[in-house]
Design a protein. Structure first.
Length: 104
């Protein structure tokens, strides 16, 4: 997938993943491995955007809007987070396009 294409990709939570919002953070539990992972408030915002059907670029825009930070470091960090979540099996590409949901 080309670099610009990955920003338009949509994702879903892995089939064996439960997520729970705790304060401003998200806790992810992989039922297959029984490992859990924590996402800070920025990671939690990205997670919520992605599992609601938004693209990676839309998740980046949500972070930029909420935190008023520079775009390029955010894009790089979001890409790295997505890759990490994919490698852990916590996130998977959506097969069918869906309308993006609202961000809380």
């Amino acid at each position: 997938m080309a670099e610009s294409d990955d920003m338009l990709q949509r994702y879903a939570a892995g089939a064996r993943v439960l997520s729970e919002i705790v304060d401003d953070e998200v806790v992810l539990l992989d039922l297959g491995s029984t490992c859990y992972f924590g996402l800070n408030p920025v990671g939690a915002l990205v997670w919520e955007c992605l599992i609601q059907g938004q693209t990676v670029e839309q998740a980046v825009e949500a972070v930029l809007e909420r935190y008023q930070v520079q775009a390029e470091p955010v894009r790089a960090d979001v890409r790295a987070l997505v890759q990490s979540l994919l490698q852990q099996g916590l996130l998977m590409p959506r097969q069918e396009p869906q309308e993006p949901g609202p961000v809380r």
